[in-house]
Ligand binder design. Structure first.
Ligand code: 4AD
Ligand code: MG
Length: 430
């Protein structure tokens, strides 16, 4: 007998199959027992009739605790009313492993409790939908770059330097020295772009940020493209194309997940090119118009980003930030050296920044000056300066934060549900 999973069940109508999974729910009606079997790809209702199974199997259906692992055999029947459109008329039910009292009940639990039980919480339909969506998003992002001829490269996790400021570094012992967990693969991506032209790094990144907000994780994943001989405008076009692709792909292939998450599709359908592009200085004017007190030269915080992203129903690019609030590697604007050729993409509906990037400083002298101004240790960056000594070329790139992008596309409040095992300032368990 074939072991079939629920995603393949439609090909087996009228046939007898075996399913393997967990008891997600059960109920009875007179002499009939119903088990909702969860097998990973989906759920299916199993109907147990006393005259179709052994007495032992019928008793098991009555008593089996939630989340026990079971093997079900039975006939596949098309039934428009059941979840997934098919049902199983059970001929045999076997216990693989009886579950103890399952701690996650159907009733509402607090977030702290659910986070403590994250290893079990993952089984709930909402979390399954989020993880499936996450997988679809990273696949679509990688495909987007692969199709355009980008080469995937890996950047190290253990690094000798900071990339995004020294205040958010995780320091680890590295034999008789210190190393830091990477904040971004960018600097290594730049080296690889000089070797391969167009590359992307997809990997985990770490920030010891003391921020307890709905947008901050201490461990998160980025996709970071880097392109030799590209400048800021075409880099913005690339980011716009990527976001449109991710949203299109979600709408096309993740309808079930969006439904499970009760996501408003109309909001996503508005995400079409072109996205508005405004400069930091225009943002300052916009904030003033909205009556939000803000001084030119300050960094945009979550509150300001929320106001800006609520002013548009599409993602919006903000460019040309004051150089002093951006990282050391940003190229200055030739027309106004106070400004960096930086770009951030703010997601709509109040989600805020999901992409950060821009054009890189390609002059050795300028870069040396920036490293000194930022008070960075130059020795561990000598290799990076070599990229400007040996055939320096204009180049640009950006980093897309997977978790923030998923939070927006899924329409969920907090990034902690966008990654299987979130790491937050106050959470390292499980
Ligand atoms: O804007 P950031 O700091 O840019 C960089 O790291 C560049 N080196 C990327 C590059 O140009 N290759 O971070 C990029 C993105 C942010 O826009 C955000 O989506 C995400 O990474 N991000 C975080 N996501 C979750 N938790 C955090 N603490 C995050 N910090 C940044
Ligand atoms: Mg940023």
């Amino acid at each position: 007998m074939d072991w079939v999973t629920t995603d393949r069940i439609s090909g087996y109508a009228g046939k007898t199959v075996e399913l393997r999974g967990w008891v997600a729910n059960k109920r009875s009606s007179g002499k009939i027992r119903f088990l909702l079997l969860r097998d990973g790809p989906g759920v299916i209702q199993c109907v147990i009739l006393p005259d179709r199974v052994s007495a032992d199997a019928f008793e098991l259906a009555d008593k089996v605790p939630y989340e026990s692992a079971v093997i079900v055999r039975g006939e596949v029947r098309e039934d428009k009313r059941s979840p997934g459109g098919f049902e199983i008329t059970v001929s045999d039910l076997k216990l693989v492993s009886e579950a103890e009292d399952y701690p996650i009940a159907k009733k509402d639990h607090g977030v702290g409790f659910l986070m403590d039980h994250r290893h079990l919480w993952l089984r709930s339909s909402r979390q399954v939908a989020l993880l499936r969506l996450r997988s679809a998003l990273t696949r679509a992002a990688r495909q987007f770059f692969d199709e355009k001829g980008f080469i995937a490269i890996e950047a190290p996790i253990l690094t000798p330097t900071s990339c995004e400021g020294t205040t958010s570094l995780f320091q680890v012992e590295y034999f008789d020295r210190h190393a830091y967990l990477t904040q971004s693969g960018q600097l290594y991506g730049e080296a690889a772009a000089m070797a391969l032209g167009k590359i992307y790094v997809h990997g985990p990144t770490f920030r010891a940020e003391k921020s307890k907000t709905r947008r901050h994780l201490t461990e998160f994943w980025m996709i970071e493209p880097e392109m030799a001989f590209w400048e800021l405008p075409e880099t913005i076009d690339l980011a716009e194309g990527l976001i449109c692709r991710l949203v299109e792909e979600t709408l096309r292939s993740c309808s079930q997940e969006l439904e499970a998450l009760e996501r408003d599709r109309a909001a996503l359908e508005k995400v079409t090119p072109p996205f508005p592009r405004i400069t930091y200085s225009e943002v300052v004017d916009l904030l003033e118009d909205k009556g939000v007190p803000f001084v030119w030269g300050n960094d945009l915080g979550a509150d300001e980003e929320t106001v800006i992203s609520q002013a548009f129903d599409k993602p919006v690019f903000v460019t040309h930030y004051p150089a002093v609030i951006k990282a050391f590697y940003m190229k200055r604007d030739r027309n106004d050296p106070r400004l960096a050729l930086a770009m951030d993409l703010l997601a709509p509906e109040g989600y805020g920044e999901i992409i950060g990037g821009g054009q890189r400083e390609d002059s050795l002298d300028e870069l040396e000056a920036r490293i000194a101004e930022h008070g960075l240790d130059r020795d561990p960056l000598e290799w990076y300066l070599d990229l400007r000594r040996y055939g320096s070329a204009p180049h640009a790139g950006f980093g897309l934060g997977i978790e923030r992008t998923l939070a927006w596309i899924a329409g969920i409040h907090h990034v902690r549900e966008t990654i299987p095992f979130p790491r937050l300032m106050d959470r390292l368990h499980p």
